[in-house]
Ligand binder design. Structure first.
Ligand code: BG6
Length: 497
């Protein structure tokens, strides 16, 4: 794991797909540029389309040049890329891939290390892994690792089935389940802010915290992913993974050590402590929404039901808000509110920790309302933290207060160097550090929590869909959810603009 210059062959299944093009090739390039990949690596692109090695290298070069708006000076980086046209079900395809890997292992001295990255439709995950084994590609004297993209199943039962299939071939330690939120700089910063500051951890519990709010809003619609998304919806697409991972990091106990197992162990405990939501309670704790037509950045955009490959009568949610309770000693009674959706007013992910009010005896005479202290963790696009405090209003008596903010901006300081989530995750995987990947126990506990909600939603038609306009912050019911508890969503602000 301390190996800073890992040697490996990376086989990318789905190499002509969107993820490889937009994220994986540019991330590999950044690692190469930074010297994190020495010359002992090769990438084999695998996909259905017939391409020559040169065509593939041009494709990779294009993707890097598009991502960074600059021309590659030479072919050094792309010379590490090879292509293998492939049919997932055909034994012969695997045999030829095997010979290619053996040959590249000799050329690049990669010591038999193999990473199999499945950036393809999940229905093939099982077939590919079992073929990798039956055709002997996983028999190697180096390490073998499997990187697997979401969705990891559709519900607990399908996730278990998928897990059983891949576990026949790869051990849990060899499986790297991607949740790209765990590669984000400020998501990784949550545990550091919490555990390296004496001023937060003593207050981080139900005595001092009133509620925690996590919002991840997007302005994009479903783009060209209607076919996938209409069978998924925001609950499976964002809540089961990214949102619950952020909840776990915010709520976990300090791990004994910062090791993969210790951290994951604490996260799993949080997910297991989530109060289960019974079918007849879903409406009380969760709100679903679907966007109608509206205006985003001054442009009219269509309703979800008008998007390509979406059922014109679709019952799929593009927005979710929920109230989660964590039944343990630290968090009993503190609501965690989450909200996420497509076609909302703004692209932003942030966490607001609202502290409890101070006693008002000093201020009640002047009818002052004192704003609560807030710790805001800006995940994206701003990266930083803001602490909302109160002070004396200048020139007034001490009974008149005014709010002020302490602001730390991470990407103002080293923004251009903030690595892409995928860059960090790929590097972690090559070095064998699985901390920022999801363990099976986390996946299972998350599905267990989410399943009753999706069952109810699948079985009851939302009569009010579409119930929020594109460009808004979601349906009114999402505001009601907090209002019932005497809270409100803290508005999205731009602290630094
Ligand atoms: C993905 C979802 O996991 O996360 C997408 O499938 C969503 O629907 C994306 O757009 C959001 O990621 P980010 O990094 O842009 O917040």
């Amino acid at each position: 794991m301390d190996n800073m210059n890992p040697k490996s062959i990376i086989v990318i299944f789905g190499a002509t797909g969107d993820l490889a093009k937009r994220k994986l090739f540019p991330s590999l390039y950044r690692l190469y540029e930074k010297g994190h990949l020495n010359e002992q690596f090769a990438v084999v692109g695998v996909a259905r389309r017939p391409l020559s090695a040169d065509e593939f290298r041009n494709y990779v070069r294009d993707s890097v040049e598009t991502a960074f708006h600059q021309k590659l000076a030479d072919g050094r980086f792309t010379s590490h890329f090879y292509y293998h046209p492939f049919d997932v079900t055909e034994a012969e395809s695997y045999q030829r891939l095997k010979s290619l890997l053996e040959q590249l292992d000799g050329t690049y001295k990669t010591e038999g290390n193999r990473i199999f990255y499945l950036a393809m439709a999940p229905e093939f995950f099982g077939t590919v892994t079992s073929r990798l084994q039956s055709e002997g590609l996983t028999e190697t004297h180096g390490f073998k690792r499997l990187v697997i993209e979401k969705p990891f199943g559709h519900d607990l039962a399908s996730a278990e089935k998928l897990n059983d299939e891949i576990r026949r071939v790869f051990s849990e330690r060899e499986i790297y389940r991607i949740d790209h939120y765990l590669g984000k700089e400020m998501v990784q910063n949550i545990e550091v802010i919490r555990f390296s500051n004496a001023i937060f951890e003593p207050l981080w519990n139900n005595r001092f915290i009133a509620n925690i709010q996590i919002t991840s809003s997007e302005t994009l619609g479903v783009e060209d992913r209607g076919r996938y998304y209409d069978h998924s919806g925001a609950l499976r697409d964002m809540v089961q993974n990214h949102m619950l991972q952020m909840v776990a990091l915010l709520a976990m106990e300090p791990p004994i050590k910062l090791t993969t197992d210790d951290i994951r162990h604490e996260k799993v405990k949080v997910l297991r402590a989530l109060r289960p939501i019974a079918h007849d309670e879903v409406d009380r704790y969760f709100v679903r929404g679907q966007y109608g037509r509206g205006v985003i950045h001054g442009k009219n955009v269509p309703a979800y039901r008008e998007e390509p490959n979406v059922d014109p009568d679709s019952n799929t949610e593009t927005f979710v808000a929920g109230k989660l309770l964590i039944d343990n000693f630290r968090w009993a009674g503190v609501p965690f509110y989450i909200r996420t959706g497509k076609r909302m007013a703004e692209k932003s992910t942030k966490i607001v920790v609202q502290f409890k009010d101070v006693p008002m005896n000093l201020y009640y005479r002047t009818n002052e309302t004192i704003a609560p202290n807030l710790l805001v963790i800006h995940i994206q696009p701003d990266e930083g933290i803001t602490l909302h405090l109160n002070g004396k209003k200048t020139g007034e008596s001490t009974t008149i207060t005014a709010p002020f903010q302490l602001d730390y901006c991470n990407n103002c300081i080293d923004g251009i160097n903030t690595p892409e989530a995928y860059e960090k995750l790929l590097y972690d995987c090559m070095r064998g550090d699985a901390t920022n990947f999801t363990h099976w126990d986390e996946v299972a506990a998350s599905w267990q929590f989410v399943d009753p909600i999706s069952e109810v939603w699948a079985n009851t038609k939302a009569s009010d869909f579409p119930n929020y306009a594109a460009g808004s912050m979601g349906p009114a019911a999402a505001d009601e959810l907090l209002k019932k508890d005497g809270f409100h969503w803290w508005p999205i602000e731009h602290p630094r603009s």
